[in-house]
Design a protein around this ligand. Sequence first.
Ligand SMILES: [Zn+2]
Length: 377
Amino acid sequence: MALLQRRTQRRNTSSRTSHEAWPTSEALSFRELREILHRMPKIDLHRHLEGSLRLQTLTEIALEHGIDLPSYRTEDLRRYVQARNDEPDYHRFLAKFRLLRRFYQSRAALERIAAEVVADAAEDNVRYLELRFNPIALSRAQRFPLRDVVEWVTGAISQAQQTHPVTVRLILQIGRDEVPRVAEEILELALAYRARGIVGLDLAGDEVNYPAHRLAHIYQRARQEGLGVTIHAGEAGGAANVRDAILRFHAQRIGHGLHAMENSEVVRLLMERNIALEVCPTSNLQTGAIYSFSHHPLPDMLALGLRATLNTDDPSISDTTLTDEYLVAVTAMGLNLEQIRTMVFNALDAAFLPEVERASLREQFTAWDTLQILEEP
Ligand SMILES: [Zn+2]
């Protein structure tokens, strides 16, 4: 049955507005569903530059710079870089970054990697992306000055946006094991590069062994200065980490936040403060944060009215795209297309953008809502 005919199979609800022509996901084949989700303009608030390197690019950089690898065939590299066939494990997942960080060998390599992230996001019809990176991690291979790294990445991203239909903003990331002096330096860089698209500060890394309370004041200051704050919490650690992220670090968004659902007090806190949850299902499966997609708390988050969003985390490590994550949400978690749409608009509301820019982006997404999604492929 053609998609056009199925447009008449509408769900009978009175709350429909501009998206009233959405087909039900049950009526679509897997291929048609994937096409719709791919074509749909999307927002990714949680993607790491360091987890977004194309395999082909890795091979080419390795050959160019003489990086010692177990193999130089792109397909062979897959099992070293990607987590898809690994036993789910948080620390094993994080260890993938140790290999990936060897590829930041030159300014040209860094700029290429950054530009390719923008191209890949645009190809997946991501129309607004908040990309995060840890300048320490990118500087380490060649001991580049941190400021140079930030300069190169912001420059490459801004140039790539001129040729791809995606708006990109940047978040600087601090590791949980970072010393306060270096963390402060990263905050200063974030503030200094606001005009170049840096909009927020993130805390990431080993949540089990590093509560990172000694860094909390840096995030409080980031908020006072007008930067957005997002904290990885409740992924490998418990609900208490999510509470800390909100109360001590003043987070407006939580990376993952799955274990918050185990504590009603923390759930209430998320609701009262309208904190956004950056959910990344495939990553959650691969880190062992969930046992299976059917155990994922995302449907419960949405049922409670929490501000849940859907994101990729590390497309290269997880071998995924945002379209794939949407597909998983529909086919493996039972969400419908209206819930998918809700998450896109949740992401829009939670983006670290000034209100004027948010309003303009909302206009675009509202216009795209019916125009693009339902056009015939
Ligand atoms: Zn992450």
